[in-house]
Design a protein around this ligand. Structure first.
Ligand code: 2IT
Length: 447
């Protein structure tokens, strides 16, 4: 296989699907060499099959807002790959959601899920519904209307959605309530990220951020360093950023920045428990403003409009918000300010130029599909609990999550160690995930 040829075909076939094309290109570039050592993959056209989603559902979602006006959005579910298990992946509610965005996320999810060691295929879904400024009642009505269509596409052994940007515990609750009414079965295993009193895994809310810090700690230990005492810049203030702030602080690091679409909050003395708790209130308010943190804690937080977290001096950068949120210029600014490690927690948070810059300028870098896999891994643990009608304690889930993150790190080291001894975590994660999915596809024949 030649990455350039396949990319040229995909660009012609899917013009303008930039996020999808970017995600595919990154994986193909990483795996090309290994792939070409396996003529059986080439013969079975594994790559050509793997870059296409198995199917995409598109549906209209109509609901009524608080003023009594009828609103219409578009809903999607992209079932990308089921070679190693049922379709699994989150739902994103964001005004910019397009098929391209969900295809990139579903594609990434396929390899990420393979890395978790658990049997889960890849999927993603969501809607261009914009939660910003919406009331709680509007969120509920939208979730109910969305599920009226989605429920036909999903099932506990078929496709298991969860949260992503704009979808957290509240939304999963409303989605599940409607699913249960339509399906007339108490199938808790059909969604993950549920409330802890009705089948949700204790620690699922924290899992993405906790897992990211376990991975980061592994990476730093391998490089002879430790997160303790590091200044950490975090972008975003949602669920993932929240979990990362808790664990980073617990491990002795100082979180000196969080950010939002409106700007950055600099916190020179490090984020406190009160501030971390306030992130949850900010998220639930649907205001999408990080300035609210500075208003609440005026002495300790300094807000700057229009700036990113990457403008704040730090040792370790943790993008926790959105794809392509860290550009090559941001990478240069980080490096110039002394940053020496970036662990991508958001899906495809770094632009290709930023990754290239980090890798060629001595900044340790690891990609989202390895770093953030603790979220979906804990969803997998939630599915296991639901299927066997049991509940594990937080400590048990945390131990399993830690073990899984250690194993993901080991896979990256196994497949990413370069002849000079350095570790290319991008290659490592992509090759490890790819080999598992490709082997399963091959064994299951031409379907
Ligand atoms: O990007 C992700 O891995 C998620 N949004 C979590 C997916 C899941 O099924 O828990």
């Amino acid at each position: 296989m030649k990455t350039n040829d396949i990319m040229a075909r995909l660009r012609a076939k899917y013009p303008g699907e930039n996020e999808y094309l970017q995600a595919v290109q990154e994986v193909l570039e990483s795996v090309e060499e290994v792939y070409n050592q396996h003529p059986e993959f080439e013969k079975a056209k594994i790559v050509e099959r793997m870059v296409e989603p198995d199917r995409i559902f598109t549906f209209r979602v109509t609901w009524v807002d608080d003023r009594g006006e009828v609103q219409t959005n578009t809903g999607y579910r992209v079932q990308f790959n089921s070679a190693i298990g049922p379709y699994k992946g989150g739902l994103r509610f964001h005004r910019a959601v397009t098929p391209s965005m969900l295809k990139f996320l579903g594609f990434e999810q396929t390899f990420k899920n393979a890395l978790t060691t658990l049997p889960m295929g890849g999927a993603k879904g969501g809607s261009d519904f914009d939660p910003v400024g919406k009331s709680n009642d509007e969120i509920m009505r939208f979730c109910q209307a969305f599920m009226l269509e989605l429920w036909q596409c999903i099932g506990p052994d078929q496709d298991i959605p969860a949260g992503d940007v704009g979808v957290g515990g509240r939304e999963i609750g409303y989605l599940y309530g409607m699913y249960k009414k339509l399906a007339r079965e108490y199938n808790t295993g059909v969604l993950t990220g549920k409330g802890s009193t009705w089948g949700g895994s204790i620690l699922r809310p924290e899992a993405t951020g906790f897992g990211a810090l376990y991975f980061t700690q592994n990476l730093l230990h391998k490089a002879g360093k430790d997160i303790k005492g590091c200044r950490v810049a975090v972008s975003g203030f949602g669920n993932v950023a929240w979990g990362a702030c808790i664990k980073a602080t617990e491990l002795g690091a100082k979180v000196v920045a969080i950010s939002g679409p409106d700007g950055v909050c600099e916190i020179p003395d490090g984020i406190t428990k009160e501030m971390i708790d306030y992130m949850l209130i900010m998220r639930a308010s649907n205001r999408n403003r990080v300035e609210d943190m500075a208003d609440k804690f005026p002495g300790a937080c300094k807000f700057t409009a229009g700036k990113k977290a990457w403008s704040v001096k730090c040792d370790v950068a943790l993008p926790c918000a959105f794809q392509n949120e860290l550009s090559e210029d941001d990478a240069k600014e980080l490096k110039a300010n002394g940053c020496w490690c970036c662990c991508e927690v958001s899906n495809m948070g770094c632009q290709p130029g930023a990754i290239h810059y980090f890798q060629h300028n001595g900044v340790l870098f690891a990609p989202g599909k390895a770093v953030n896999a603790g979220g979906v891994a804990t969803s997998g643990l939630e599915m296991t609990q639901n299927a066997s009608h049991i509940s594990w304690s937080g400590a048990e889930v945390d131990a399993k999550l830690h073990f899984i993150m250690d194993s993901i790190h080991e896979q990256c080291v196994k497949y990413g160690t370069q002849p000079d001894g350095s570790i290319d975590y991008v290659k490592g994660a992509n090759i490890a995930g790819f080999m598992k999915v490709a082997t399963a596809m091959l064994e299951q024949g031409t379907v």
